[in-house]
Design a protein around this ligand. Sequence first.
Ligand SMILES: Cc1cc2nc3c(=O)[nH]c(=O)nc-3n(C[C@H](O)[C@H](O)[C@H](O)COP(=O)(O)O)c2cc1C
Length: 320
Amino acid sequence: MDNFWKLLRKPVFALAPLSGITDSAFRRICKGYGADVLYSELASSTAFAYQAQPTLGIVRFDESERPFVVQLFGHNPEHFAIAARFITREIRPDGIDINFGCPMAKVFKRGGGAALMTNFPLAREVIQSVIENTHLPVSIKTRTNVQGFDLLSFLEYIEDLDIKALMIHGRSYAQRFSGPNDIETTREARARFKGTLLANGGAMNPASAVELLEKTGADGVGIARGALGNPWIFSQLDSTRNGGSPAKPPRDEVLKTAHEHARLSIGLKGRRGIIEMRKHLCWYLQQIPGGKKFKREAVKLESIEDVAALVALAAEPFSS
Ligand SMILES: Cc1cc2nc3c(=O)[nH]c(=O)nc-3n(C[C@H](O)[C@H](O)[C@H](O)COP(=O)(O)O)c2cc1C
């Protein structure tokens, strides 16, 4: 199978994985605005060993989302092997990614996510296990340092493995999700890693994404929180490819997109879809002048009709 990473136009602007957020509905919205590659939320490799149904919901996708990458977490190479075989055969995404960055206690304490970067031999076994059990391109997503285990040494330890892409969240485990991005480590990784390299962390708008790209010399940028309520960050970034300047979407486009996102979310998940949609609507409302005052209504929405009513109200915020 093709290594789709090589076929992507450069620079690559990827929707980075966000647990509880980058589900199929949101991914389709981001794809509509031009995201070049979409990652799933992190999915437990162990769940595939036990055929846990809810995890299937996380990795299912629509053909329109291609290229689509399923991200796995865990620590047991056998579970990764089972998961890789199942995903390759039944889910058929374009790539499989392995999470080496999650700092959440429930993942970290069991040796998965960022904790896997503190055990180089096991991490290596996990990557090998996935590579041996799929024909899809395998990628990894890491931090710069986890409890003294640094990314550059890690990359040296696994340099012979056929890893097609690497997304670096330029922060250490200790930093969690804030603080300065360690540009230097990503720059050094660029010199050592042969595959597609994506820089990540702090790209909250087109200007900061382009700055991260230029400073790191990466092939692209992973956008995570910068896409919340703001999926047009991808079309704005696309315009920078041709030297254009990114335009903010008009109010009615923000609201139309929020409505469409809600329709998709409810269509895919039913009641859970509307509950999950409430936070997205708050993020969309933040994007428009006077939108914040509708947040109190957004967190109470129960149906697509409620969403339509809120959108109509927010379209004319100063008329009442
Ligand atoms: C709520 C939340 C959920 C996340 N879920 C994942 C995940 O499932 N897998 C992963 O590799 N990273 C996950 N991340 C990390 C992001 O992909 C990204 O590396 C981090 O937010 C930094 O990028 P940003 O500054 O563009 O947000 C998550 C981050 C947040 C805030």
